[in-house]
Write a protein that binds this ligand. Structure first.
Ligand code: HEM
Length: 350
């Protein structure tokens, strides 16, 4: 999720129709409107609360502060020129929203693994993955379980698309100012001048036959042959036909005590380098559930790891999912763009 992320309406509608009637976050529906208004009303309180918790981390008022993500941001912010405290506050706030997509994803996984009405191809691929050696990469960039999770993300695509401003939206007069409460129209007067926008349609990109010979097939093995970010370098850039990398290749060493750095590919995708070894990020336009290029989701690897754990638990405890077939299921908002029927249950066999 990016602050200015919005949803490719068409893609999400199609997608939603596929899964137990999940509804798009239509603001004319009272449940969507009421929840948006509640979040807006609580926003200032939440920002103050986060600000105080960051002080707790900085002043050592909590135990093990290095177990929080924010500790790493504060440590690496330097003098704050590029990442001031208010940016860290905003980032924490944003990530509360981002985390809600885990709910959206769990719903998508439960729906597919469901014994009744799920997708038998996904269930078969899950069994094949877990019955083999799910965590052995055997020299490939990703383990079988990682590829299974990546394929779930490609096909569920919890975030259908995003919109990015083409010029820096923080300049006054060009757009909204990082969540300021006054509307840009009111602050800058009419006519409402805005910069150009670029849309990244994640779901349709991931399903485009330009990228895959079998886009609609559930096939975790597809990630064996696509480039990782570290491979999308100067040479790859030339091969594509660019005179130079569209994004200069840079590396930023972290200053939090780890031997790690953040590097970027020619497409702008950021990836970690730990003890000199690049961590693999699938840098192929056919895999876009976390976006593509320089705005790509920095929470991708964390999220993939979390869902690997989730699926290990499902397998180990023999958890199965079922539809309750309720005549009038309650509607539950599970993310910024999804309201679902509360109609899925699980059973544990062990
Ligand atoms: C199911 C989980 C998630 C999905 C599907 C997802 C997807 C996305 C997508 C599609 C974008 C926009 C990329 C673009 O504009 O090209 C994005 C941006 C971002 N995500 Fe995630 N995300 C998830 C979880 C998270 C988590 C857990 C965090 C942090 C803890 C996070 C942090 C961010 C940030 C900070 C950005 C903005 C990057 C930027 O604009 O430079 N995301 N995410």
């Amino acid at each position: 999720m990016s602050p200015d992320a919005s949803v490719d309406r068409e893609t999400v509608c199609e997608h939603a129709a596929e899964h137990n009637g999940a509804l798009l976050g239509d603001p004319t529906q009272p449940i969507v409107y009421d929840n948006y208004m509640t979040v807006r009303a609580l926003l200032d309180f939440l920002k103050d609360w986060i600000d105080e918790r960051l002080d707790d981390i900085t002043r050592g008022r909590i135990t093990d502060p290095e177990k929080t993500i924010a500790w790493y941001w504060l440590k690496n912010a330097g003098d704050g020129t590029h990442f001031a405290k208010k940016d860290v506050v905003f980032e924490c706030f944003h990530n509360f929203v981002a985390l809600s997509q885990w709910g959206n994803t769990i719903f998508g996984i439960m729906s597919r693994l469901s014994q009744d009405g799920g997708d038998s191809r996904v269930r078969a691929a899950f069994e094949k993955t877990m019955a083999g050696d799910p965590d052995a990469a055997n020299g490939a960039p990703y383990t079988p379980l990682e590829m299974f999770v990546m394929e779930l993300f490609r096909t569920i695509s919890p975030n259908g698309g995003s919109v990015s401003a083409i010029s820096d939206a923080r300049q006054s007069g060009s757009s909204d100012n990082y969540g300021d409460s006054g509307s840009p129209a009111a602050r800058f007067g009419l006519p409402w001048e805005r910069s150009g926008f670029m849309v990244s349609p994640h779901t349709s990109t991931s399903f485009d036959p330009v990228h895959w010979t079998n886009p609609s097939q559930f096939d975790p093995d597809r990630y064996r042959d696509v480039p990782t970010s570290a491979q999308v370098d100067e040479a790859k850039s030339k091969q594509i036909g660019f005179a130079k990398c569209p994004f200069d290749l840079t590396t930023m060493k972290v200053s939090d005590g780890r031997n790690a750095a953040m590097a970027n590919s020619a497409f702008g995708t950021v990836f970690g380098v730990v003890d000199g070894k690049p961590l693999p990020v699938c840098d192929y336009a056919g895999f876009a559930p976390f976006g593509f290029g320089y705005r790509r989701c920095p929470g991708e690897q964390l999220t993939i790891n979390v869902f690997e754990d989730f699926l290990r638990k499902v397998w180990r405890d023999k958890i199965t999912f079922h539809s309750l077939h309720l005549p009038n299921p309650r509607k539950v908002p599970i993310g910024p763009n999804a309201v679902i029927d509360d109609d899925v249950s699980f059973a544990r066999l062990s």
